[in-house]
Design a protein around this ligand. Structure first.
Ligand code: SF4
Length: 344
């Protein structure tokens, strides 16, 4: 039995032809499945009855429920999903006034090894399939309310490039979930070839993890700097014709006494002045075993004021769900604890 979740029209056209059916049924079938959220194929009335029976024998929807949920005092919720032999992964629902955001994982663990990130300390357990990525969006209880998707959960999305691009296509196509491109953000440490493909093939927003303007220091925090130097990445992105409706953000996690000095501020201004980037300042979120502390609120305000004064749009991002280890850089705690009583 195969799964429908994760399929594109091309996949189904091949299957339809292989069973002697008209390939034109692929689009109405997927429109019913994704957009109208009809999980039982027998209910997709646009298809002939005989074909529905054939499909029912060959496919199931492929969705499955989260195995655990933790609720924060601020209303955010962290969901734990099984990823088969790869262990468990997490997704975070973040409600805020009219915004209903889901932070989605693309890998079980991560092989980027960023020093400030809990997921990076877990090691890598495997890429998630299109089905496992989509399932997070379609199986959280708040699925119908979601109006923002951010690929900022566990894993480096561009290290699972093919699955990511297929999911983006399913999310944004009229035969898929018809989600607005401007409602989707993909976050990366800077895998340049995939960034360029992303800028050419999609219209979604991009967030680039910066965390230090100095290459030698950044290498310590983000080892990907060795292969994809930040400066080259910024130049390459700046050379692309970026539509003004598309948001390109530099994410800067602020760590007390580490990257919040005057030199760091000047380095950021030097790097981003005159580029398409805006800057998001994020307080560091501690996790078990971490000796780093977030920068003082006054230091973050100072950075924001000076960046804005230098003509670089900068904002401070509030951390959500820190009490349930659901904030930026904290995902993975429950995954590591998953075998403890009470979590399954
Ligand atoms: S910050 Fe992102 S890319 Fe770096 S280790 Fe964590 S999950 Fe991976």
């Amino acid at each position: 039995m195969d799964f429908l979740a994760g399929k594109t029209p091309k996949d189904l056209e091949q299957w339809l032809l292989s069973v002697g059916e008209n390939e034109d049924y692929a689009v109405p079938l997927l429109t019913g499945f994704y957009r109208k959220k009809i999980r039982d194929i027998m209910e997709v009335k646009e298809l002939p009855l005989a074909l529905r029976h054939k499909m029912k024998a060959a496919f199931t929807d492929g969705y499955y429920e989260p195995s655990h949920v933790e609720v924060s005092v601020d209303g955010s919720r962290k969901y734990l999903f099984s990823a088969g032999g790869k262990g468990f992964i997490e997704s975070v629902y973040l409600p805020e006034k009219a915004r209903h955001t889901l932070c989605v994982s693309t890998q079980a663990g991560c092989r980027m090894g960023c020093a400030f990130c809990c997921t990076g300390q877990m090691g890598f357990r495997g890429n998630l399939s299109e089905r496992e990525i989509l399932n997070q969006i379609l199986s959280v209880p708040e699925s119908n309310q979601l109006n923002r998707i951010v690929f900022m959960g566990m894993g480096e999305p561009f290290d699972n490039c093919e699955a990511l691009f297929r999911v983006l296509s399913i999310l944004t196509s009229s035969w898929g979930l018809a989600f607005g491109n401007e409602k989707i953000t993909v976050s990366t440490v800077g895998i340049l070839p995939c960034i360029l493909r992303f800028l050419n093939e999609t219209k979604c927003h991009l967030a680039l993890s910066v965390h230090s303007p100095f290459p030698e220091e950044r290498k310590k925090w983000i080892p990907a700097e060795n292969k994809y130097p930040l400066k080259e990445t910024i130049l390459a992105i700046s050379r692309e014709k970026v539509n003004r409706h598309r948001r390109i953000t530099a994410e800067y996690v602020m760590m007390a006494g580490i990257n919040d000095s005057r030199e760091h501020l000047e380095g950021l201004i030097h790097l981003f002045h005159g580029t398409v980037f805006r800057i998001n300042l994020i307080p560091f979120n501690s996790f078990e075993g971490s000796k780093i502390h977030p920068s003082e609120a006054s230091a973050m305000q100072y950075f924001m004021k000076k960046l804005n004064a230098a003509g670089i749009s900068a904002t401070i991002r509030r951390s959500r769900g820190t009490d349930i280890s659901a904030a930026c850089g904290q995902l993975g705690n429950s995954v590591m604890l998953v075998r403890k009583p009470g979590l399954q």
